[in-house]
Design a protein. Structure first.
Length: 453
């Protein structure tokens, strides 16, 4: 997929074509009515028509007297100029543009949609890749037939080559570690408790200067469990952050959006209590399932956005939790040899799926992105974290915070597809765009399942 794009190209081409100056009309910004659906569709159509070079369809989105303001202050007016603009742009560039709407308002015959965009551009003549990002404001007017038509559209943005960052990443990949299912992930082996697990993980992170690492909380686990409560205090007191993972780890594939949203809401008091003044408005979908229908996916995304959450997407995942139960059984049997095999197979699998995740990014985005690795706060993770950190360092990874990593434009992209089994962000693009995966070794789950039985 070439999802990353190029408004830069579009903006640049628009600017080159346009002439004259214009000032923006005033537009209302103080209404925020929940009218997102129709405008989400219109945004999607706009980007798709540009991508597919459907010039007539693109021009038909505008009223006959529409004005288009490019980032340089130039203006294109009316159908004829717009058609010329879209013809030039689509001939010059391949565009893949994604909108992230921040606010939509509707009042009577007028509406507006404002937010940011990311665009991956390919200059057709040379094949050169560029990237553009910035903000947009679209003002719609309802036509006589009831259709919403764009009457004004204003853009800001910058174009960048992107090549420098990408080259840097290949040599020095970046990763933010994240831990799910706090304060109680998986079963406990003999002699362990939740607080010991949290303390061990936090101490190892701290020793590597990784304060601010995010753990995603299911507050149901705090109910009537002083050990779990203490564990979460220990995590936060050590300088780690928390985010939401829903109240009870609810599945969005198995439940309606409303039930899922309710679980986001009732998880908040615990986040506010334990997280105190920290930024706990980060959300990790349980199972990485973001909705098996488009309606659910869009509804929950809109809900999260309205409540101020950012989605803590994942780019690297090797299902690290799957070793924990076997570890507990082997500890119970004091089977040192089996535990040694568990450790080695955990590291082998991590290595294989880090490689796979990075290769998927090349296919899905055309380049590697800064990474977010999904881990779980299990007892086995306390045993493996030092080795895993060493493995990442040996591969040249630099550690970074979640907010730093997710500033990368790729994380603003929404595959916007119904996916029952979700997955990492690269997985979601691979699956929704039907891209071919690189080959990879399966995880040794069959052996793990029966180990030390
Ligand atoms: Zn989880």
């Amino acid at each position: 997929m070439r999802r990353l794009v190029l408004l830069a190209g579009v903006i640049g081409a628009f600017g080159a074509l346009a002439s004259g100056q214009s000032s923006h009309d005033a537009y209302p910004a103080d209404h925020n009515v929940a009218v997102g659906d129709i405008f989400a569709t219109l945004r999607g159509d706009w980007a798709r028509n540009l991508h597919d070079k459907k010039i007539d369809a693109s021009v038909a989105e505008y009223s006959t007297d529409a004005e288009f303001f490019d980032p340089g202050g130039n203006t294109v007016r009316g159908t004829t100029e717009l058609r010329q603009l879209f013809a030039t742009i689509t001939a010059t560039y391949d565009s893949d543009l994604t909108f992230t709407s921040l606010q939509v308002g509707e009042f009577g015959e007028l509406a507006y949609d404002a937010g940011s965009y990311q665009e991956a551009l390919v200059l057709r003549a040379t094949g050169k890749h560029q990237h553009s990002s910035g903000t947009y404001l679209t003002v719609y007017k309802r036509g006589s037939d009831g259709r919403w038509l764009i009457s004004e559209q204003s853009w800001t943005g910058v174009v960048s080559d992107g090549a420098e960052t990408i080259a840097q990443l290949a040599a020095h990949p970046v990763v933010a570690l994240t831990f799910d299912d706090l304060p109680a992930a998986g079963s406990l082996p003999p002699g362990q408790n939740r607080n010991k697990v949290a303390a061990a993980l936090a101490a190892e992170l701290k020793a590597n200067h990784l304060e601010g690492t995010y753990g995603f909380v299911n507050a149901v686990k705090l109910e009537s469990d002083p050990d779990a409560q203490q564990a979460l205090h220990t995590w936060v007191d050590a300088g780690m952050n928390i985010g939401s993972h829903t109240w009870s780890h609810i599945s969005l594939s198995a439940n309606p959006a409303e039930a899922f949203e309710h679980e986001i809401a009732i998880n908040e008091p615990a986040l506010a209590e334990y997280g105190e003044t920290r930024d706990w408005h980060w959300f990790r979908y349980p199972f990485l399932w973001e909705g098996d229908t488009l309606d659910k996916r869009r509804a929950v995304r809109a809900y999260l956005r309205d409540r101020g959450y950012r989605i803590a997407q994942v780019s690297l995942d090797f299902e690290d939790y799957a070793w924990n139960d076997a570890y507990g059984r082997c500890m119970g049997k004091e089977d040192a040899q089996a535990i040694e095999w568990l450790k080695q197979s955990y590291l082998d699998t991590a290595t294989e799926y880090i490689r796979l995740g990075r290769e998927e990014q090349q296919i899905a985005f055309g380049h590697e992105i800064p990474n977010v690795m999904l881990l779980h706060a299990t007892a086995f993770t306390t045993l493996m974290l030092p080795d895993l950190l060493e493995l990442l360092q040996k591969q040249g990874f630099r550690f970074a915070g979640l907010d730093e990593v997710e500033q990368d434009p790729a994380y603003a992209l929404d595959p916007d597809a119904a996916l029952k089994y979700g997955g990492t962000l690269p997985d979601q693009f691979m699956d929704s765009r039907k891209l071919k995966y690189p080959t990879f070794k399966p995880k040794p789950f069959e052996r793990i399942k029966h180990l030390c039985e």
